[in-house]
Design a protein around this ligand. Structure first.
Ligand code: ADP
Length: 315
């Protein structure tokens, strides 16, 4: 049977920047709920077709099987060659909603540790399978009914989306993007995701975006990174001045010392702050890898990460 005939489409769950998401269930088993993400494919993709590389990457994502990564069950196309991703349905919202709901939701450093551990396990698993996520942020961390965090929204789907057909007015945020991407580094790796995870870590603790560039421009992002982390220079990041997008700074903010971070993030303690700083290190070669993050003493020092049942949920 055709893949698309295996599902009965129900109500709309939401819509994002480039896709509408619908609830659906399996014809053969109505108790099996899924989410169908319908991506409006761009004209260019329609003309050229979906490349062999992209198809290979989708197949690869379908084979990624980890408790903290959203399950991609299948992919099919419908009329106008729109792309439909059949995903695990996660109706509990995302981490951003919890962070922002300061009125109703409170959480502890142990909860933050539990969420971060699930996130880092997902990221490490991706990297071990040679997949970079490239767009880790709190609203891409969906919450399952049992409290588990699921990394969602791999950049791949977006690469098919039609840039002239925005689904909503919110734009793709650059707040979680690492400095090497602003400097247009040609070669980058897993360190890009670790930076984003560091920004999520900081946001979970302070309940505020760490690098909230406004207006949201690349120039303002670089400015904020210089101000909060330190100005990238040949001393703290050998080779940085040779990157294409590097602009020689007029003022230099020395790399912020531990005391600066402790003053702002004291609730996670000195060990937590040590990890945070190593995730937000300017030079991607020095920044911890996802594996390095998981080996940090933060995870085994007090407090223990909260149990799933104890994690706060959307009200
Ligand atoms: P965004 O553009 O915010 O990343 P998406 O395009 O991924 O959002 O999804 C849009 C909305 O659809 C989300 O805000 C969420 O409410 C809902 N949604 C997305 N994926 C799922 C899912 N797997 N299960 C349930 N709801 C989902």
């Amino acid at each position: 049977a055709q893949e698309r005939n295996k599902y009965v489409k129900g109500k709309k769950l939401g819509s994002g920047q480039y896709a509408d998401v619908f609830s659906a269930y399996l014809v053969t088993d109505p108790t099996q709920l899924v989410a169908i993400k319908k991506i409006k494919v761009g004209a260019e993709v329609k003309e050229m077709g979906i490349s062999y590389d992209s198809l290979r990457e989708i197949r690869f994502l379908q084979e990624l099987d980890h408790p903290n990564i959203i399950k991609l069950y299948s992919v099919f196309s419908t009329k106008n060659q729109n792309l439909n991703l059949v995903l695990e349905q996660l109706p509990q919202g995302d981490l951003l909603k919890l962070i922002q709901d300061t009125q109703n939701i409170s959480y502890t450093p142990a909860d933050v540790k539990a969420w971060m551990l699930m996130l880092m396990r997902a990221v490490h698993f991706c990297h071990a399978n040679f997949i970079l996520h490239r767009d880790i942020k709190p609203n891409n961390l969906l919450i399952a009914a049992n409290g588990e965090i699921k990394l969602a929204d791999f950049g791949l789907a977006r690469s098919f989306a039609d840039p002239y057909q925005p689904m909503t007015y919110n734009t793709i945020t650059i707040w979680y993007r690492p400095p090497e991407l602003f400097f247009q580094a040609q070669f980058y790796g897993g360190a890009v995701d670790v930076w984003s995870c560091g920004a999520v870590f900081a946001e979970l603790i302070s309940r505020d975006v760490l690098f909230r560039a406004w207006p949201e421009s690349e120039m303002n992002m670089v400015k904020l990174i210089c101000e909060k982390v330190g100005t990238p220079t040949e001393e703290n990041w050998p080779g940085v001045s040779k990157l294409k997008g590097y602009v020689t700074p007029t003022e230099i903010q020395p790399v912020r010392p531990k005391d600066y971070w402790l003053a702002n993030f004291r609730t996670i303690g000195e060990i937590g702050v040590d990890l945070l700083m190593k995730m937000l290190t300017l030079d991607p070669k020095v920044r911890l890898s996802a594996e390095g993050v998981l080996k940090h003493e933060y995870w085994t020092s007090a407090p223990r990460p909260s149990k799933l049942e104890a994690l706060p949920r959307k009200g």
